[in-house]
Design a protein around this ligand. Structure first.
Ligand code: MTE
Ligand code: CO
Length: 419
């Protein structure tokens, strides 16, 4: 993509704007003669549907734009592919089940829960096979966690490419999981003292497998059967998936059918050929599990332009870290020259999305919007160039760098980079 900044000849200095926080008052016209308030609308003139019309509710037809989308050229076919969460359409920190991005390596397995089993084998005293009913008799827990694919923002490593936070950052979702601690299940089978690793395996056509250190497995990993209060969706691994809080999405094996316990990692495809980070030296980083501190402004953004003209504008975004909670989010309206602390609002759960806002008065001049998150361990989200300085440009995975949105005078927004 060409850089619209050089096209329009804008200089960074001309973009200085003042961030106005404080009063919540707006300047809105009185609209006394607006027919939308003075006239009877069609929906006021007849009775609506009764309670039986929607046994399972769906959003208003006016929200038909809030859907998952894919980028057709990205993958060879839609079976081993990915679609993206419409982050620009969402509020708060919870992703609705029908909008959680999907990443499948062998399509969606349609599993019959009555015939689904979870086997524990390998370095255990007593290999076991659990039914779904067995699993639901362990103590249940509820936790809010984000899941981010390691490849999220991967297409942006070498330059600004995709025009919308749905595509640049939409391989993330955040739901409340209900399930049982993996620790209880492993204890039931009795983990041998030389056990160092586990390997979850999926029941889908790709039979996804990854190696996970036993410390993580016994710490906060869960085996989840519900999300946002209802059974997992088929796309998210119904009836069972492993939850690996804060770690890359690839490890969160869906349609979980087996966990092997071993004394060394398995070095399978997804931790050798894939999900490793190629550096400029030709060497690759391996076992980079934790998702680094990251944030993105979801509005204004290319799919959510400013349509109200000058004046009070609400900037909104998401921040998260695989290492804990979010301590602070800074926002810049001028491409990183000046920073203001944004308002983080709503629940702050560890390894979950956080929502931030910044209200400002837009003077109608171009803006370069950026957000920079800092997590509870003190990690600071880097600029794109700072990340490239240490990781080069060959990587796909673990791009947590600062995103820039260029707001034009007409309120339209584009994906750009600042030097
Ligand atoms: N588990 C199985 N069995 N098969 C898969 O293809 N994809 C992985 C992981 N678990 C996958 C899987 C990848 S790469 C990611 S990013 C997450 O699932 C995506 O989870 P989601 O589809 O719920 O968003
Ligand atoms: Co993934």
């Amino acid at each position: 993509m060409t850089d619209p900044l050089s096209k329009s000849g804008l200089s960074r200095r001309s973009l200085l704007t003042t961030a106005v926080a404080g009063s919540a008052a707006l300047t809105v016209p009185a609209r006394a003669n607006d027919p939308a308030i003075t006239e009877l609308q069609p929906w006021m003139q007849s009775l609506g549907d009764g309670v039986d019309a929607r046994p399972y509710g769906t959003p208003s037809p006016y929200e038909a734009d809030a859907v998952r989308r894919d980028v057709p050229w990205l993958t060879a076919d839609p079976i081993s592919s990915v679609n993206f969460t419409p982050l620009h359409k969402l509020e708060g920190i919870i992703t609705p089940n029908g909008l959680c991005f999907e990443r499948h390596h062998g399509g969606v397995a349609e599993v019959d829960p009555a015939k689904h089993r979870l086997m524990i084998n390998g370095l255990v005293d007593k290999p076991l096979v659990f039914t779904m009913e067995d699993l639901k008799r362990f103590p249940r827990e509820n936790h809010v966690y984000f899941l981010e694919c390691a490849a999220n923002s991967g297409m942006e490593w070498r330059g600004a490419q995709l025009n919308g936070c749905q595509f640049t950052h939409g391989m993330v979702h955040c739901v409340v999981y209900t399930g049982v601690k993996l620790k209880h299940i492993l204890e039931e089978a009795g983990v041998k003292t030389n056990a160092k690793w586990i390997m979850p395996e999926g029941a889908d056509a790709s039979a996804m497998t990854r190696s996970i250190p036993i410390e993580k497995a016994l710490d906060d990993c869960m085996v989840a059967f519900a999300m946002n209060g209802e059974a997992l969706r088929p796309e998210q691994g119904y009836p069972l998936r492993i939850v690996v809080p804060g770690w890359e999405g690839n490890m969160w094996v869906k349609w979980l059918r087996r966990i092997e316990v071993g004394d060394e990692p398995w070095h399978h495809r997804e931790e050798t050929s894939k999900y490793t980070d190629l550096l400029a030296s030709g060497k690759a980083r391996r076992f980079t599990w934790e998702m680094d501190v990251k944030s993105v402004i979801t509005s204004p953004s290319p799919q959510a332009p400013i349509t109200h003209g000058k004046g009070r504008t609400v900037l909104s975004g998401l921040a998260w870290s695989g290492r804990g909670t979010i301590d602070r989010v800074d926002v810049s309206l001028d491409g990183g020259s000046n920073w203001t602390t944004a308002r983080v609002d709503g629940p702050s759960h560890t390894k979950a999305l956080h929502r931030f806002y910044h209200e400002f008065d837009w003077d109608g001049e171009p803006l370069l919007l950026q957000s920079r998150a800092i997590d509870s361990e003190g990690w600071v989200q880097p600029t794109k160039n700072a990340l490239r300085d240490v990781r080069g440009t060959e990587s796909i995975y673990h791009n947590n760098s600062i995103q820039t949105w260029y707001v034009q005078k007409d309120g339209e927004v584009e994906n750009v980079e600042v030097g």
